[in-house]
Design a protein around this ligand. Structure first.
Ligand code: RIB
Ligand code: CA
Length: 311
């Protein structure tokens, strides 16, 4: 029986690659996509989610737009990395459908409450939608089997430093208030931070790109175009978001440290800094957060490439 998964995303090159991986993974069934302002403005990330699903033959998956801006910090974006359309300037064909008229937080709650304790949300953008859903529906955190987050930099490896500032990872930096709400919600949470997703062994290089370019499906074509854009500018294509999804696909790829996660929310030079207070917790009713501290990068890339290249 495959696991029902919802993706909360801000596509975004690596978000789009995570959607492709999700659609090629038989362990899970992608049932919902919600979008958030992050790598690009909300209308851009929503349009990109619709176009990617359409291009990959998954136009049946509902797409619900969420928050157009962080809870309180100003919207910033990351078009300088992801391209002027936030999707490697690919200009994919437009989807043949509109976004769902219902808001992301409502559909996320309905997704979770349809099968209490059985479903997983993977959040690979700023956590604004998740925080709004948890505030609007206080029972939602405990309805989820797990919430997997791409975000944070915890200093657990040499790669665990910031990418938007020296101390903060972009998703958390963009909406630290939302992150603090989510990490304090009592949900069962697993986190993939830059500690593992900036590990060079997890990024696609020019050799991997050549393999993708030899592929013959829309999945390999899209992955080759997205990867090619990043490799041309940065020598590699980081797979932050596919790595977060991989926690659901094969948890044995990772080693985890457990504890409480704190987030610096003030709008100063520490904004978005995440700290893992490892070890015992004061309230055993609240699950500890599992933060990825190690990854088998080569085995992860093999999983990613084999599924994307499958005919
Ligand atoms: O810091 C990397 C994260 O920020 C990734 O999820 C990327 O897509 C951006 O959202
Ligand atoms: Ca993302």
């Amino acid at each position: 029986m495959s696991l029902s998964v919802a993706l909360d995303i801000d596509p975004g090159i690596d978000d789009a690659l995570a959607v492709a991986l999700a659609l090629r993974s038989s362990e899970i069934r992608l049932e919902l996509v919600t979008t958030v302002a992050g790598n690009g403005p909300l209308e851009m990330t929503t349009r990109n989610a619709l176009r990617v699903l359409h291009y990959l033959g998954a136009g049946h998956v509902p797409v619900a737009p969420g928050a157009p801006s962080p809870l309180s910090k100003p919207f910033h974006g990351a078009l300088e990395y992801h391209g002027s359309d936030a999707l490697a300037d690919l200009d994919l064909p437009e989807a043949q459908k509109e976004p769902d008229p219902r808001p992301a937080h409502q559909l996320l709650f309905e997704f979770a409450s349809a099968a209490p304790g059985e479903r997983v949300v993977v959040a690979t953008g700023p956590l604004t939608n998740i925080a709004i859903a948890f505030q609007r529906y206080p029972e939602m955190p405990t309805l989820l089997r797990e919430l997997v987050i791409m975000g944070g930099a915890f200093g657990l490896t040499g790669y665990g430093t910031g990418n938007h500032t020296p101390v903060a990872e972009f998703n958390i930096w963009q909406d630290p208030e939302a992150a603090a709400i989510v990490f304090g919600s009592g949900a069962r949470i697993a986190v993939v931070g830059l500690d593992v997703s900036n590990d060079p062994s997890t990024a696609l290089d020019s050799t991997n790109l050549a393999k993708l370019r030899a592929g013959v499906t829309p999945f390999s074509r899209l992955a080759a175009d997205l990867t090619g854009y990043a490799v041309a500018r940065h020598s590699v294509c980081a797979l932050h978001d596919p790595l977060a999804l991989a926690v659901v696909l094969d948890r044995s790829l990772f080693g985890f440290a457990e504890g409480r996660v704190t987030v610096h929310t003030a709008g100063d030079e520490q904004q978005g800094r995440t700290i893992l207070l490892a070890g015992a917790q004061e309230d055993s009713a609240i699950p500890l957060t599992a933060v990825a501290a190690a990854v088998e990068g080569a085995r992860f890339k093999k999983l990613f490439l084999s599924r994307i290249l499958e005919d």
